[in-house]
Write a protein that binds this ligand. Structure first.
Ligand code: HEM
Length: 381
């Protein structure tokens, strides 16, 4: 579906209808010529060194001026209520950075005293309604609701921002989702957290800042951890296409035209045939060969999709994830404030979101390390 017969599996009209009110005719929601054109434009934009430098400048300034001060204000018993919903913080963080990056606007969502901006709240609501559409048994149910302007469909306002820019949905929810599951996993695997910290001390120096992307690329164990996190908890758990003409899958399964076909990274990450008998284990080492990160076949790990329509923001997302993770891990102890014996429970939505958020307690490290500051004039990616 993603590899040899890509043309036969477009997103299709049904997907376009489900997400049309949310995404307009943006890159996520079109096929054929319009998609090819938008992809070319988006990859030119996202590929520019200047754009990447700007993105990292924004992320680093968000970390330094908002994220760290916010965590500090809640650490070690400061403030009235020290419980922090890390998922909410990551969503606000990602939303602020993506808006500053894409539109030059600063919605200041990370100032926790402020409510989520209206734009962010309506974006969330619209995305949930679109997911509800995808799950209704028959497309007629939501279509009729829309025509009659009933219930959730009445609330779904047409959105335009994504027509011009793949920013918000692409970058915000997915990165926030990956960060949330990463911190949940690390709280259950202190040995992995220690190995990440030991690696960064070794590569950068115990009291030194990380100053270049070359150094970031030497952090093989961190890279492996980020990949392993998304193997078990992919931010986009599944993604569907529609079969254009009758087809046979490589295992001989017949697919009738018009059938919705789904690839499911969440399920694939849990398959013994793909990852072996320890597939359910969180084990960053599986991505290392002699200590060096080894990239798996993207069709085995379609977390960013694979093939012609692979995610355009993958590299940017990875550096963002690693930068935030290191900045927080080097400066704070983050402890789960809920029993850690339960698995994760997700709410319905286009990207994986934890039901009930991720409540944590923050403690500043005594053996504090400098926060990560990447100097953007050294951009290599
Ligand atoms: C961990 C973070 C991310 C994950 C897991 C992820 C995953 C994905 C997946 C699965 C798709 C295919 C979705 C579909 O076709 O419906 C996709 C497409 C895309 N992503 Fe990402 N993404 C992430 C972050 C980002 C970021 C930060 C950006 C941009 C700054 C971005 C830009 C895009 C674009 C433009 C596409 C559409 C490509 C096309 O249709 O040709 N993504 N991503």
């Amino acid at each position: 579906m993603l590899k040899t017969r890509f043309e036969n599996y477009p997103k299709g009209k049904q997907f376009s209808a489900i997400l049309g009110d949310l995404l307009g005719r943006g890159i996520f929601n079109v096929d054929g010529e319009p998609w090819m054109f938008q992809r070319k434009m988006a990859s030119l934009e996202l590929g520019k060194i200047s754009i990447r430098s700007y993105a990292f400048e924004v992320v680093n300034s968000e970390i330094k001026t908002r994220l760290v001060p916010l965590m500090l204000s809640l650490s070690d018993g400061k403030g009235d209520n020290n419980l922090l919903d890390l998922q909410d913080v990551f969503r606000r963080f990602s939303f602020d950075s993506i808006c500053r990056f894409s539109f030059g606007l600063d919605p200041k969502c990370l100032e926790l005293s402020l409510p989520m901006s209206e734009f962010a709240v309506s974006f969330d609501r619209a995305s949930n309604i679109s997911a509800e559409r995808a799950m209704t048994s028959s497309p007629w149910i939501w279509k009729v609701k829309r025509i009659l302007k009933l219930g959730s469909e009445r609330q779904l306002k047409r959105r335009h921002h994504d027509d011009q820019c793949p920013g918000p949905r692409a970058g915000r929810d997915t990165v926030a989702s990956a960060l949330t599951s990463l911190f949940w996993l690390l709280s259950r695997h202190p040995e992995v957290e220690l190995a990440i910290l030991a690696e960064v001390d070794r590569v950068v120096g115990a009291n030194q800042e990380l100053t270049s992307f070359e150094q970031m690329q030497e952090l093989h164990y961190l890279e492996a951890t980020v990949y392993e996190n998304m193997r078990l908890y992919p931010p986009i758990q599944f993604d569907s296409k529609f079969c254009l003409d009758d087809d046979f899958l490589s295992d001989g399964t017949f697919v009738k035209r018009g059938t919705r076909v789904t690839y499911h990274p969440y399920a694939m990450g849990r398959m013994e045939e793909i990852w072996g008998p320890d597939c359910l284990k969180f084990k960053p080492e599986r991505w290392l060969r002699d200590g060096v990160f080894f990239q798996e076949n993207p069709f085995k790990y379609p977390v960013f999709q694979a093939g012609l329509r692979v995610c355009l923001g993958k590299e940017m997302a990875l550096v963002k994830l690693k930068t935030v993770a290191l900045s927080l891990l080097r400066r704070f102890h983050i402890k789960l404030a809920v029993p850690d014996d339960q698995g994760l429970q997700f709410s319905p939505g286009l990207t994986a979101t934890l039901r009930g958020g991720l409540p944590v307690l923050i403690q500043e490290r005594k053996d504090q390390k400098p926060i990560v500051l990447v100097h953007t004039d050294n951009t290599q990616l």
